[in-house]
Ligand binder design. Structure first.
Ligand SMILES: [Zn+2]
Ligand SMILES: [Zn+2]
Length: 61
């Protein structure tokens, strides 16, 4: 009983496509970096933010 379920990562359409070698530029097109709550509801998300690694901050440049 040591099955660990990885957190589900939601990727935007852009970043999903950007996983393909020839579509890497699409990472730039992704604007889905914040959670969008569903109006008139508490806690429900209309759009979950993109979990793609290209949005991770912390790079020194
Ligand atoms: Zn993204
Ligand atoms: Zn991305």
């Amino acid at each position: 009983m040591s099955t660990t379920t990885a957190d589900e990562v939601t990727l935007s359409a852009e970043c999903t496509l950007a996983q393909r070698p020839e579509y890497e530029d699409l990472h730039r097109e992704c604007r889905q970096i914040t959670d969008v709550p569903l109006p008139h509801s508490n806690g429900l998300l209309l759009i979950k933010r993109c979990g793609c690694g290209c949005h991770w901050s912390g790079g020194a440049s």
